[in-house]
Design a protein around this ligand. Sequence first.
Ligand code: UD1
Ligand code: UDP
Length: 354
Amino acid sequence: MKIVSVVGARPQFIKASAVSGELRKKHTEILIHTGQHFDDNMSAVFFEELGIPKPDINLHVSGGTNTGQVARMMLKLEKQFRELEPELVLVYGDTNSTLAGALTGRQMNIPVAHVEAGLRSFRMSMPEEQNRIITDAISSILFCPTMTAVEQLRKEGIERGVYFTGDVMYDAVLRFKDMSSGRVDYGELGVKPGQYNLLTLHRAENTDNKENLRGILRGVRNSSIPVVFPMHPRTKKALKKHGLENEISGNIHVIEPVGYLEMIELEKNAKRILTDSGGVQKEAYFLKVPCITLREETEWVETVEDGWNVLTGADENRISREINSFSPAGKQRNVFGDGKAGSRIVEILSEVEG
Ligand code: UD1
Ligand code: UDP
């Protein structure tokens, strides 16, 4: 089958690393990078490190409003799909690149397959929630990472074409976690393994809202151990815009975004992880590191139910309390599959084709 995969943002390169290799053994894949993420450390590094095939086409669409970004992507995707005539469009996750790929495919009557279907935060103001709901509604094949996601789709009346596959990010962690050892120069970072907290922050609700951003930074600076903070470009811009650069205290070690192997190594050896990222919450759980989520809700409810993740929102006091004390309360269940989600997705696509 001739499949066009559409990716564009950092987590999608990591997700595609679990699928593309397998996919190309049986099908013809054309990889389109929308250009949403473009800095070398937000894009190129993942293609180099993870052995993902280089994008066949880059649309160079980034920045602007969500509406403008999706619209510009769609116009360019329409042209590509017309020329390439794919039999299927494959999209990942919940970003603007996901929505643009899915909606363009649907409107051209090309079947769409969605990896990471059925996730919900139930906060419709999040662009990601809008992107997921629309993508799921118009996809023909829906690959769910958890049974919670399957059940959610059923509640929404979506049952046809739904498959539980497990989580492709679990595949990636299992594949790369040993390779990540030795990737971090702790001396240069000025911290010791096991004696730092790791912070990531980029969600629009936290970066675009000055109060939230300030609350988080003030909570985090109460950490009794150093905090390593690979800063997302969105957050860098937001700190400047809101005039909050002085809120970064001495115990926060800001670094540039890191590659995946370095990130996994930093996660493995963190005492606690603080994040508003979806992917990082899951990786904390997979690597058995306590996670403090800087949001009021999470799509990855199992990590909270199992006691390995606690939600603090952007509240300074809640963050200050948990950062030095949160300790997982329960045993982990096996809810994210068996680490073979990628090959299962390819098998299902091959069966559907037949
Ligand atoms: C996007 C996704 C979010 C995902 C995140 C992963 C949407 C609506 N949001 O958010 O779901 O969790 O990616 O990291 O799709 N920028 C750079 N260099 C880059 C990338 C971005 O400077 O390499 C800048 C952009 O120009 C823009 C800002 O960062 O000003 C935000 O980028 P954008 O891709 O619009 O959204 P993210 O916050 O990255
Ligand atoms: N990640 C990375 N380097 C960093 C920060 C994150 O490689 O500096 C990885 C992280 O390990 C995870 C993915 O990026 O696999 C998560 O992406 P992100 O937080 O940007 O987006 P989200 O998952 O929230 O959509």
